[in-house]
Design a protein around this ligand. Structure first.
Ligand SMILES: Cc1cc2nc3c(=O)[nH]c(=O)nc-3n(C[C@H](O)[C@H](O)[C@H](O)COP(=O)(O)OP(=O)(O)OC[C@H]3O[C@@H](n4cnc5c(N)ncnc54)[C@H](O)[C@@H]3O)c2cc1C
Length: 301
């Protein structure tokens, strides 16, 4: 039987999905790199997401789940299977000092909503171009804050057990750029952030300072996936890369940013092979100079 028959039936009769067959992954990620996936699907609710995952699992269809695609390098030859994006799961509910989101909610939107409600604590995430689910997955952080500082509860879908599980802050097992979810098939559905009341003008000022810092120090004028490498304990990786003389190093149309050596930028038309080649050169050069193995922060599929 044609392996996508039941998926086609679901997409044909159920209006809760935006989707593309043979859609380009380069159009769905901030790096603007990646070939076609058999299907790219955006469910518009948590129920629709779970229904979709059930159909994919029942029919043994290869699939993977992303938020906003801002921390990933998709392959040049695309993905034989289904790439699901949670971007349209974007409800926000504020109750006293709790901000509760669905996983596709953009971090920046969550930070703006908190500011408007006079709640502080999530300013650090303003300007990170990811979803809340993607941020919880990897315990995203900036300016001295990280998701583990504010996450107090959440829920995920476990496809193997076919159930939604509610968890508290400790159950997330956060570490540096990792969590309970790292490397698993669990799908984050909701997260609740514990914030504190503050004067909106002060919150806005801190958000603006963070944004000015990003604009000044990050190559936002080019497509990228943010910092390519994790920090090595005790070192700033971007500094190591810069001191190894790699700032501006270019392979094809991929370049170690001349503004921030922790970023690889797409100068226009870069391929995943260009980026991977550059990543290998950086790793080898840093290893030769410092005997340090730096690890990728971005997801490679
Ligand atoms: C210009 C720029 C600046 C950046 N600055 C920062 C920064 O300051 N700090 C920082 O930490 N990061 C930064 N990033 C990286 C990135 O934005 C963050 O890591 C962000 O949290 C990723 O979210 P996302 O939704 O885009 O994740 P995606 O790229 O979509 O996914 C990343 C990983 O999370 C998993 N995932 C996503 N959603 C779910 C879900 N609902 N359930 C289970 N798994 C899920 C995916 O499977 C994948 O493994 C930056 C990126 C760019 C391009």
């Amino acid at each position: 039987m044609y392996k996508y028959k039941l998926l086609d039936e679901l997409l044909g009769k159920d209006g809760r999905y935006s989707f593309k067959r043979d859609g380009l992954l380069s159009e769905c990620c901030t790096f603007k790199i990646g070939g076609a996936a058999d299907y790219i699907i955006y469910p518009n609710s948590a129920d629709a997401l779970i229904k979709l995952i059930t159909v994919l699992c029942d029919n043994e269809i290869r699939h993977t789940v992303f938020g906003n695609g801002s921390n990933v390098l998709f392959p040049d030859d695309g993905y034989r299977g289904v790439v699901v994006f949670t971007r349209y799961l974007n409800d926000i509910v504020i109750k006293n000092d709790l901000l509760c989101v669905h996983s596709g909610t953009l971090l920046t939107l969550a930070a703006v909503s908190a500011f408007k409600a006079g709640l502080k604590g999530i300013e650090f995430a303003y300007g990170i171009p990811g979803s809340c689910g993607g941020a919880v997955y990897m315990n995203a952080g900036a300016f001295g804050g990280q998701m583990s500082d504010i996450v107090i509860a959440g829920s995920y879908y476990d496809p193997a057990e076919r159930k939604i599980v509610e968890i508290n802050d400790k159950d997330h097992h956060f570490g540096y750029r990792r969590s309970l979810f790292t490397g698993t098939d669990l799908i984050i559905i909701t997260s609740s952030f514990k914030l504190q009341q503050d004067d909106p003008a002060s919150i806005k000022e801190r958000m603006d300072i963070n944004m000015r810092h990003r604009v000044k120090n990050q190559p936002l004028e080019y497509p990228s996936a943010g910092s390519i490498f994790k920090r090595y304990p005790g070192y700033y990786t971007s500094k190591l890369i810069e001191e190894a003389g790699l700032k501006g190093k270019q392979i094809g149309r991929a370049q170690v940013s001349t503004k921030h050596a922790g970023f690889i930028v797409n100068l226009g038309g870069a391929t995943a092979s260009d980026v991977l080649c550059l990543i290998n050169i950086i790793k080898e050069t840093v290893y030769k100079k410092y005997s340090i193995n730096i690890e990728c922060e971005i997801k490679l599929i």
